[in-house]
Design a protein around this ligand. Structure first.
Ligand SMILES: Cc1cc2nc3c(=O)[nH]c(=O)nc-3n(C[C@H](O)[C@H](O)[C@H](O)COP(=O)(O)OP(=O)(O)OC[C@H]3O[C@@H](n4cnc5c(N)ncnc54)[C@H](O)[C@@H]3O)c2cc1C
Length: 375
């Protein structure tokens, strides 16, 4: 076990369980509000979606069956420039945030029509304020000349973007240290005891820490921890496999749901959705499908070399939407989990921190209570 920054080792305002993107975004927001924050993380052997994701700050189509989620995703995209600037100011790290819009490429007419219908409905739910366009093959290729002729079309939205998730992860951790956060790393937390006088005791081997509030942000680990605090976090793993090409000259202007070119020039191809338990491996079959789809979208990819692939586990609730909930039994204990921790990072570091601190916020989080799932 390693402890970084001993300043507040035995007592803290807020203990966060989980040092992935969700926990670290919350931690950064809380530190910026002057709180003492201790993050407990299992360490590098952990299952960690935060180091295997696709880096999209994506809005179009998100929350098609939950307008509150659509609103939340959009709010977060809106708040991202401020968060990226703040991280850069604190750490000097440019997380390569680009929000020039995004394309969702459809390979057959039926999926294009379904998508157009879904986005039109979302636009209606948003009172008309939900910008998107449905593009024919020609219009899509005009916008993105590298797209091939063998697509059915695309939808485009100015709300979408992407960033470098590894740089984001590094920036959050560096900023955490710079703001005086304490990281206790290397062992899973197994016991959290609500105290009779209020607050919580987090127990780890022969070390314990008292915290005014505790936030479960442990990704897949939330499921086992939540019942100790009268909370419910029915999350399950869902594997995504991703491929990376060699570095290429910039030829893709907009990220798509399945292909994006990174700041270094590599092209990231993704990503499968597989129900395979805790298996983080890769398979030739899925990687082959991912590569074939990407080549159909961008024929130039046929000639490039692949240099890396990986599998990582999404943190999925039964309906795919987040859980943001305070314990009714033990006020001051919260669960925060979602499957789009990049996109929602700016909401987590901003308005969600205000909610955790008991302040009024402009958004309603009622839709994200875990009470919507059976116990
Ligand atoms: C293939 C793939 C592509 C994705 N693409 C995108 C995308 O384009 N855009 C987007 O917004 N999101 C994307 N995501 C999702 C995004 O990566 C996750 O939402 C985000 O990383 C979740 O972060 P997290 O902190 O909740 O979980 P994790 O990153 O899994 O971190 C959980 C942390 O909790 C710690 N932990 C667990 N149990 C304990 C315990 N008992 N005690 C102490 N610590 C514990 C672990 O050590 C770990 O560090 C993708 C995910 C995958 C897998």
């Amino acid at each position: 076990m390693s402890v970084r920054n001993h300043a507040s080792r035995n007592e803290t305002d807020v203990a966060i369980i989980g040092g992935g993107l969700v926990g670290m975004s919350l931690a950064y927001g809380l530190l910026r509000q002057g709180k003492r924050v201790t993050v407990f993380d299992e360490g590098d052997q952990a299952l960690r979606a935060s180091r295997g994701n696709f880096g999209l700050v994506w809005v179009q189509g998100k929350g098609d069956t939950c307008p509150e989620y659509a609103q939340l995703s959009r709010l977060s995209a809106h708040l991202w420039p401020e968060l990226a600037a703040s991280l850069q100011q604190d750490t000097g790290i440019d997380i390569e945030l680009q929000q020039r819009g995004g394309l969702y490429v459809c390979l057959d007419q039926q999926s294009l029509q379904q998508r157009a219908k879904m986005l039109a409905k979302m636009q209606q739910d948003a009172g008309g304020d939900y910008p998107f366009e449905v593009l024919s093959v020609e219009q899509a290729r005009e916008k993105e000349p590298a797209l091939g002729p063998d697509i059915a079309g695309a939808t485009w939205s100015p709300m979408d973007g992407h960033l470098n998730p590894l740089l984001l992860f590094r920036a959050l951790h560096q900023a955490f240290e710079l703001h005086g956060g304490t990281l206790i790393n290397g062992k899973p937390v197994q016991h959290i005891k609500p105290q009779q006088t209020g607050g919580f005791e987090i127990q780890l081997d022969n070390h314990s820490l008292k915290a005014g509030k505790v936030i479960l942000a442990a990704g897949l680990g939330n499921k086992a921890l939540a019942p100790q605090l009268g909370l419910h976090a029915p999350v399950e793993p869902n594997r995504g496999q991703v491929l990376i090409t060699e570095r290429l000259k910039p030829f893709i202007s907009y990220p798509t749901g399945h292909v994006r070119q990174t700041g270094e020039g590599t092209v990231q191809l993704g990503d499968s959705k597989e129900d395979v338990g805790l298996d983080t491996g890769t398979t030739a079959d899925e990687l082959g499908k991912i590569a074939a789809r990407a080549i159909r979208m961008y024929p130039v990819l046929k000639k490039v070399r692949l240099i890396r692939s990986w599998g990582a586990l999404r943190v999925m609730t039964p309906d795919g939407y987040p859980i943001y909930q305070q314990s009714a039994l033990y006020p001051g204990a919260y669960v925060v989990t979602c499957h789009s921790g990049v996109t929602l990072g700016a909401v987590h570091a901003g308005p969600l921190v205000d909610w955790l601190l008991g302040r009024d916020i402009d958004i309603s989080l009622e839709a994200f209570s875990a009470d919507r799932f059976p116990f």
